[in-house]
Design a protein around this ligand. Sequence first.
Ligand SMILES: [Zn+2]
Ligand SMILES: [Zn+2]
Length: 242
Amino acid sequence: MRARIQTAIEVVYPPRCLGCGAMVESDFGLCATCWRDTPFIGGTVCDSCGTPLPGERDGFRIECDDCMDRPRPWRNGRSTLLYRDKARELVLALKHGDRPEIARAAGAWMARAGREILQERMLVAPVPLHWSRLWRRRYNQSALLGQSLARAVGLEVCPDLLQRMRRMPMLEGLGAEDRFALLTQAIRPHPRRAGRAQGRAVLLVDDVMTSGATLAACTHAALDAGAAEVHILTLARVAKDD
Ligand SMILES: [Zn+2]
Ligand SMILES: [Zn+2]
């Protein structure tokens, strides 16, 4: 029913910019002004997290200071936007503003940002949200992003490959080590989905990467589920200088 209502709405109302609501030519995009104000990541990037780096690539693996200080358990990572300005607004609107349509456009943006690390037969798996938060927000933004990305590139998605065992409302105030310890205990492979990751490359999808603690815990859980290797792709990266 909801889907039919949505279709009807789209027929009546022409596409609007996801950033400001102005009329746009194509569906699920940004107007020229919002596009300019949205910091898409391009050029040389860290191979582990996708943060932009100065200089040209020389064919060797490069990492940002953050990833060198804290070696990542996953193989490669990319991110789509810098978490500031219009990008921050879009991420927050997707997370808290009940704007799932942002994920549809974002999936295509992420496909582009992740093109160097995507592989055939990769299994896309979102970072899980605790069920009680899922109840309140109605959807897991990372799962929507994962589904949208998977559709854009023709990969298989497993929305509940990983599950979050308990709520952790206090994470914000904790140091990186404590966050990591708590998260590692809290994220596990779903016992009935683990077989799907067996021997495959898994691509973890999340909306924002800050310290990377959640993604690290998810990587360990995916490896526990039998994944041969894990890569990450996020919608936005919090850059250290911000
Ligand atoms: Zn706009
Ligand atoms: Zn990095």
